[in-house]
Design a binder for this molecule. Structure first.
Ligand SMILES: Cc1ncc(COP(=O)(O)O)c(C=O)c1O
Length: 387
């Protein structure tokens, strides 16, 4: 098989040819600054407005409620830090979970240094938050709750609608933020139904460009900007807009939503095929996270073989997977997500993440399974001889 097999789509996805074409046009033809008054400027401004309208309609929100950012990390920082700082007079307490993306967890740490208090909700062995844990954590001092929709390491889907109901029943002015970076374009993302005030998005998880994303900011939700300098994006995110990236983001979303359910069925069936293949033929292997969970993320522990070793062995065959999240792969500390799910350091070191896109095929899954089985049995044989 000559072609690469790319199974690391939670880390990032390849830009689709249609997105690349839209972006090339934006870079070379509609290159104006949307704030300029001449024709090039108004063309760029129109392109920006079209992208905003298209994305807003997919989310069933108003156009002025979308703030374009440099991606999910910035959207999460703007939501958590911007929301907390702006509302500090009302309270100093935040709630999140132990399995959030580092862009939420580290933003919370920063706020702790500024005198805020943060409650980190536990998860069960599948990585799920129990909504019943929320009411006891809420207090008169709580100003913001931040929960992710789909976990990027294990694919657990959090009960964000139920959590939204509990937050708003306790006090409607608590800001509710949902990180939907891994779910947008795949599962239903409906800020209004979740009663979310803030929702984060990133283009590069849906075959769009890196460095483009957005924060949904419900009308009336007060945030303090992280950057200062201009009045773009209603002053919440000053700086000349990444027009090509934003146009590419809108095109990626358009494609993701076309036949979305069929695409999800395809990914879910690839995930099931690989999971069954591994669990039935590689002794001791276990799936992390709930089955089925999100259709595009599969986390598996294969005891006795370091995940890193298998990542390299498969890369030698042109198959690209990861040990956990991309943010963790270069760090020595074990995944905070798997730790929160009760896994041991040894189990975490033996964990692999496969993540799928609509471009993957059954033949790729079967080839991956064959190469994985071979690599595991070679390493187990070698380890046995060394004993
Ligand atoms: C759940 C989640 N949130 C936020 C991010 C950060 O997004 P970005 O890479 O656009 O900064 C990621 C990216 O891996 C993610 O998986």
């Amino acid at each position: 098989m000559a072609r690469d097999i790319y199974l690391d789509n939670s880390a990032t996805t390849p830009v689709s040819p249609a997105v690349a074409a839209v972006m090339a046009r934006a870079l070379t033809e509609n290159y104006g600054n949307p704030s300029s008054l001449h024709a090039r400027g108004t063309e760029a401004e129109k392109m920006l407005a079209d992208a905003r309208r298209a994305l807003a309609s997919r989310l069933e929100v108003k156009e002025n409620e979308l703030v374009f950012t440099s991606g999910g990390t910035e959207a999460n920082n703007l939501a958590v830090i911007g929301g907390a700082r702006r509302n500090r007079r009302r309270g100093r307490h935040l709630i999140t979970s132990r399995v959030e993306h580092p862009s939420v967890l580290y933003a919370c740490r920063r706020l702790e240094q500024e005198g805020f208090r943060v409650t980190y909700l536990d998860v069960d062995t599948t990585g799920r938050i129990d909504p019943a844990a929320l009411p006891p954590a809420l207090s008169g001092d709580t100003i913001l709750v931040s929960i992710m929709h789909v976990n990027n390491e294990v694919g657990t889907i959090q009960p964000v609608e139920e959590i939204g109901r509990l937050v708003k029943a306790f006090r409607p002015d608590i800001i509710y933020h949902v990180d939907a970076v891994q779910s947008f374009g795949k599962l239903d993302v409906l800020p209004a139904r979740w009663q979310a005030d803030l929702v984060s998005f990133s283009a590069h998880k849906i075959h769009g460009p890196k460095g483009a994303g957005a924060l949904y900011c419900r009308d009336g939700t007060a945030l303090e900007p992280l950057l200062h300098g201009g009045d773009q994006e209603r002053g919440l995110r000053p700086g000349t807009e990444n027009t090509a990236g934003i146009a590419g983001f809108a095109e990626a979303a358009r494609q993701a939503f076309a036949g979305r359910e069929e695409k999800m069925r395809h990914m879910a069936s690839l995930k099931q095929r690989l999971a069954d293949g591994i669990l039935n033929t590689i002794g001791g292997s276990v799936q992390n996270g709930p089955a089925p969970g999100a259709p595009h993320i599969l986390s598996i522990t294969i005891p006795g073989v370091r995940g890193e070793v298998l990542v390299h062995a498969l890369a030698g065959e042109g198959i690209f997977i990861s040990t956990g999240s991309a943010c963790h792969s270069r760090r020595a500390d074990p995944s905070h997500v798997l730790l929160a799910m009760g896994r041991t350091a040894g189990e975490i070191a033996a964990t692999l993440r496969f993540s799928f896109s609509v471009y993957n095929t059954e033949a790729e899954i079967d080839f991956t399974l064959e190469k994985l089985r071979r690599a595991v049995s070679d390493f187990r044989l070698l380890a046995g001889r060394k004993k």
